[in-house]
Design a protein around this ligand. Sequence first.
Ligand SMILES: Nc1nc2c(ncn2[C@@H]2O[C@H](COP(=O)(O)OP(=O)(O)O)[C@@H](O)[C@H]2O)c(=O)[nH]1
Ligand SMILES: [Mg+2]
Length: 352
Amino acid sequence: MNPEEKYSISGPINPDFKFKKVSSRDLEYYIRGLQQHNKFVLSEAITLIESQNAQKSIKAAALMDWAFDHLPKDSLRIAVTGTPGVGKSTFIEAFGNLWVHHGHKLSVLAVDPSSQISGGSILGDKTRMTTLAANPEVFIRPSASGGTLGGTALHTKDAIMLCEAAGYTTSIVETVGVGQSETEVHHMTDVSLLLVQPGAGDEIQGIKRGIMENADIIIINKADGPQLPLARETQKNYSNALRLFHHPVEGWSVPVVLVSSIDHTGMDEVIRHISDFISFGKNTGYFYTKRKTQEERWFVKQVQRLMEKWFFSNIHIKTHFEKLRQQLLDGKISTPAAIRKMNNIFEQEMNP
Ligand SMILES: Nc1nc2c(ncn2[C@@H]2O[C@H](COP(=O)(O)OP(=O)(O)O)[C@@H](O)[C@H]2O)c(=O)[nH]1
Ligand SMILES: [Mg+2]
């Protein structure tokens, strides 16, 4: 008997009873589904790892362990960044279909530090990715609803691994919103594509240094129709401006490509530059070092998160912390003194 049948009650006993869906999937179910490249199960598996439920997180941890042991030898993680409206989703739709045509399996995920801001959610973007969504070789994950600040970034990294273990060896991560997601996405991908629009020279001045320096390939999107001459001008401006920036990969000069995601032009060139960048990175060792550093950074960040959690679950520490905070607000203690006191409390706790 399947669990749905087992728990469903119908008939005269209580006609108003509504079947409450219970998650009765066992680990085997997820593993088998991922092994079979089953998109539905993959989607369920990502929901599982996003869950805050304690029992589910035990299962999620076991699943992540399995995924970690079953990562493909070769995988590619691509970041697609740029301000909202620049055409990221439209680009992914065009590029993704071509990429799959080259024989790859692809997943599309979103990194969204604050899912509260709706406007640009990938869920809405699915309408811009209709043909991609229908492609059997493509898995698209709409961005999670709700979630804590920074939480979705956390899950995106794990979701990439689940997708890879399920055979989707290329992942595209689209940033939703600006700011934090822009920086986070570079810490979980191998190559970053920065999309910009045709525009005036002084707009380039406005692009933050960090954003330019993190771009491995710059794409001038919407290079079509009446915008084409302006796009060419913008291409020149970016190429010039790039001379002022220092790319982390010694010897890599960032290409600036003209693309129309609507007319599907420039896509082959993008693919060539991605391949070049990856080969270059593998030859120099940068590719592997970057991945290792990403894992190390992730470990450190998560341990810091754990430390915070454990420290504040200590009632003694929490009480003192709250007391000092209040004293600070009441002007009864100076900030340096409060910090010193907190330090003493930590010391006592660590060396009882
Ligand atoms: N002319 C033109 N319009 C485009 C192109 N790419 C995207 N757009 C339009 O730009 C708007 C924003 O696109 P979208 O993909 O949602 O941007 P995102 O917010 O960066 O994901 C939509 O109206 C698209 O049709 C392009 O290559 N050429
Ligand atoms: Mg989008």
